[in-house]
Design a protein around this ligand. Structure first.
Ligand code: F6R
Length: 359
């Protein structure tokens, strides 16, 4: 049941420290990633990676693909529903990763089946043991987030992004040509602090107050660059899904190529800064602010964007690879409190189903 919580969504947001501890458990040892089903050397033949997913899982896939891309591994993230028309060439050295919480999403199953038909090796990153995807692929890695009841995916995004980053590092470690990140050890070490840092956000968040402050706005924008980009996209998806208010997520640099026309004092802009490549997020947030938009920085306390922002949601200091996940928890809370203020049926938004088994 929901226990002490009013909604499953809130319970699941608050369950993230536990879910993440389970996700990580036993998977980092002596500065290396160890994945039960996929021992060292499992990926030596891989020369390209495709990730296929929908919705929140698609955002987690963009997040999780970043490490592979920065290591120079050929990597594409593809919306599963578009696989047939947009996927690049595939052969037996292609690894196609289906990212799906439920393991039952028709679009994602369709894409991974098509990839297998074209000769790719397949891997599922899923939450559900025994799901259709897990039965059909060559290998499966479980995110171990525990059952998710709320239609809006929350804890599973966090566990997917972590699992995919670990899978990415396992692949990079197996490939001679891949550029090992200089600070792999620091990155893996700081992962163990993540559950506690999520807890810290849950205890100190200002999200409810900010939701109240901005609830009457016309439209809600979320911008981010690099790893902040999938977080901005996910922030907007969650917001529209459960509040029924208009929300959009953009790559920071794209704001001036069109969406800026919509910006007024009625469009708060959440600027996600992860401590990585955030210059564009700050300059584009300032452009919006010049047109009257309130800026909410979602960033570490010491980040330069905080000086110009109208409000701030704090992200505990961590390695830049994980900071976006913490920013995302703040945005989950903003959506939750905004939807609660509007008295929406948070766990079962209209027109949506937890698992979408039609194409
Ligand atoms: C959003 C949401 C959906 C799912 C999408 C894929 O909160 O839950 O966007 O992420 O339908 O579902 P799975 O991950 O089960 O394939």
């Amino acid at each position: 049941g929901k226990g002490e919580y009013d909604h499953y969504m809130k319970k699941e947001i608050h369950n993230q420290p536990t879910a993440l501890s389970n996700t990580i458990e036993g998977r980092v040892e002596d500065g290396e990633v160890s994945l039960e089903a996929l021992p060292e050397g499992s990926f030596t033949d891989v020369d390209a990676v495709q990730l296929v997913a929908c919705g929140t899982s698609y955002h987690a896939a963009i997040y999780g693909a970043q490490l592979l891309k920065s290591a120079g591994v050929r990597t594409e993230v593809i919306r599963a529903s578009e696989y047939d028309s947009v996927a690049g060439p595939v052969d037996e050295n292609t690894l196609t990763i289906a990212v799906t919480q439920s393991g039952e999403t028709a679009d994602t199953l369709g894409a991974v089946r098509e990839a297998a038909d074209r000769g790719a090796r397949t891997l599922a990153v899923t939450n559900v043991v025994g799901s259709t995807v897990a039965r059909e692929v060559d290998d499966a890695v479980y995110i171990r987030a525990g059952p998710e009841v709320g239609v809006a995916a929350t804890k599973t995004f966090s566990s997917q992004a972590v699992t995919l980053t670990l899978v990415g590092q396992r692949i990079v470690a197996d490939l001679d040509h891949a550029e090992q990140a200089e600070d792999v050890e620091a990155m893996l070490e700081s992962l163990s602090d993540l559950p506690e840092q999520v807890e810290q956000i849950l205890e100190t968040t200002d999200a409810e107050r900010l939701a109240k402050q901005y609830i009457d706005s016309q439209s809600f924008f979320f911008i981010g660059n690099g790893l902040g980009n999938p977080v901005a996209l996910e922030g907007a998806l969650k917001f529209k899904e459960i509040t029924y208010e208009h929300a959009e997520g953009f790559a920071s640099g794209q704001l001036k190529h069109g969406p800026l026309a919509l910006v007024t004092e009625q469009t708060p802009v959440f600027a996600v800064c992860t401590g990585g490549d955030d210059g564009k997020t700050k300059t584009n947030a300032i452009e919006a602010q010049t047109r009257g938009a309130p800026i909410v920085a979602v960033s570490p306390d010491e980040h330069p964007v905080v000086d110009t922002a109208d409000a701030h949601l704090s992200v505990p200091d961590t390695h830049p690879v994980w900071a976006g996940l913490l920013a995302n928890v703040q945005l989950q809370l903003v959506s939750y409190y905004a939807a609660d203020l509007l008295d929406r049926p948070i766990d079962k938004p209209r027109n949506l189903a937890k698992s979408v088994t039609v194409e």
